[in-house]
Design a protein around this ligand. Structure first.
Ligand code: TTP
Ligand code: MN
Ligand code: MN
Ligand code: MN
Length: 373
């Protein structure tokens, strides 16, 4: 078997923000397994191992070709003994016995199923598992379970929103959001973010960022957009969160996921006829209602924070995590979705574009489609 020499993989950075990772993954057989191991660690609240598996998967995703032998990964960062053992198993037997064991595990199966419902996190899933519940049907028929509004929507639209959203569907939603936003405010600024901005073919939702060119004008915008979507009869569910953004607070580089901008988590009704390529198509008779429910996220930062929000919401999660870690550890700077702060100079570094932020950090610019870390 041909093995590329170790030098071929020299110079791979430990930080995803110094790697270019397209959607073309040559090492899916390894990374799929590692992501399952990461998820299983997450369910066991083993944060360290979880991050280690995610980092390892991310490094492998950035490689320009498939790994055929262990020698080929010598010198690569973020691949620990545990990861190498799993890779050796896959290289030798074509499968990982460790991950197969996990897949059969009753607890893993239940937690994976429960957390696949919109509004159900690991904590709730664990609670249900401890009560002896194992299937979605058992949860819906158990009399003592109190579902919140989000979870009720999650169950109601489960079959639709657990189905991947295609690029064509994301595009159709983009047109609807654009028309709605610009009907309310013709000068509003709207951008697609999340996985679809990174060039992914499929996603679990569609993410948009919107703002107004004049500071403060974005404040009422999101609620107007929601009203207008409701008037059009396409708003199936809406969870709105007002802004809790505080300009004087320092960025917190360790923050995960939630930021303080005004935002909403929606479920929208998308007509099949509005999707390119499905126009006039006779849909399968078992699925003939002609529409589907789709998850959509809208975030509305003030315009002076737009670049930070765009960078954060474009992801990937690992890319964002490594950007913040790089800023902190290599530059003594604090980065989050709101701002960048230089601890040495004790000042905030403003940015109007993503390029500005990379430049402040002394990083080469990485295009959105190269951020699939
Ligand atoms: P997601 O929509 O969860 O992920 P994704 O678009 O990368 O992939 P998918 O196809 O599964 O939808 O989140 C998009 C990015 O936004 C992700 O990098 C994390 C970030 N994010 C925040 O910064 N704050 C938040 O509150 C949330 C929910 C996400
Ligand atoms: Mn998304
Ligand atoms: Mn996701
Ligand atoms: Mn999202």
């Amino acid at each position: 078997v041909y093995c590329s020499p170790p030098t071929a993989v020299a110079n791979v950075s430990q930080y995803a923000c110094q790697r270019r990772t397209t959607t073309e993954n040559h090492n899916k057989i390894f990374t799929d397994v590692m992501e399952e191991l990461a998820e299983s660690s997450e369910f066991n609240e083993s944060k360290g191992p979880c991050l280690a598996f995610r980092r390892a998967a991310s490094v492998l995703k950035s490689l320009p070709s498939a790994v055929h032998c262990l020698e080929a990964i010598q010198g690569l960062p973020c691949l620990g003994e545990h990861t190498k053992a799993v890779m050796e198993e896959i290289l030798t037997f074509g499968r990982s016995f460790k991950v197969e064991e996990i897949r059969c595990d009753e607890r893993y199966q239940a937690l994976k199923l429960f957390t696949s419902v919109f509004g159900v996190g690991p904590k709730t899933a664990e609670k249900w598992y401890r009560r002896g519940l194992r299937s979605l049907k058992e949860i819906l028929t158990e009399p003592n379970i109190q579902l919140n509004r989000m979870q009720r929507a999650g169950f109601l639209y489960y079959s639709d929103i657990s189905k991947a959203v295609s690029k064509a569907e994301a595009k159709a939603l983009g047109c609807i959001i654009e028309e709605t936003v610009h009907w309310i405010a013709p000068d509003a600024i709207l951008a697609l973010t999340g996985g679809f901005r990174r060039g992914k073919e499929y996603g679990h939702d569609v993410d948009f960022l919107l703002t107004m060119p004049e500071m403060g004008k974005e404040e009422g915008l999101l609620l107007h957009v929601i009203d207008r979507l409701r008037d059009q009869g396409i708003l199936l569910y809406c969870e709105y969160q007002g802004s809790t953004f505080d300009v004087s607070k320092l960025p917190s580089w360790r923050f995960e996921d939630m930021d303080h901008f005004q935002k909403c988590f929606l479920i929208l009704r998308l007509e099949q006829g509005q999707v390119e390529g499905e126009r006039g198509l006779q849909s399968d008779p078992g699925d003939s209602r002609g529409w589907r429910a789709v998850r959509v996220d809208l975030v509305a930062p003030p315009v002076d924070r737009y670049a930070f929000a765009l960078l954060g919401w474009t992801g990937s999660r690992q890319f964002g995590r490594d950007l913040r870690t790089f800023a902190y550890k290599e530059r003594q700077m604090l980065l989050d979705n709101h701002a960048l702060y230089d601890k040495t100079k004790k000042l905030f570094l403003p940015a109007t574009t993503e390029e500005d932020i990379f430049a402040h950090l002394g990083l080469e610019y990485v295009e959105p489609w190269q951020r699939n870390a």
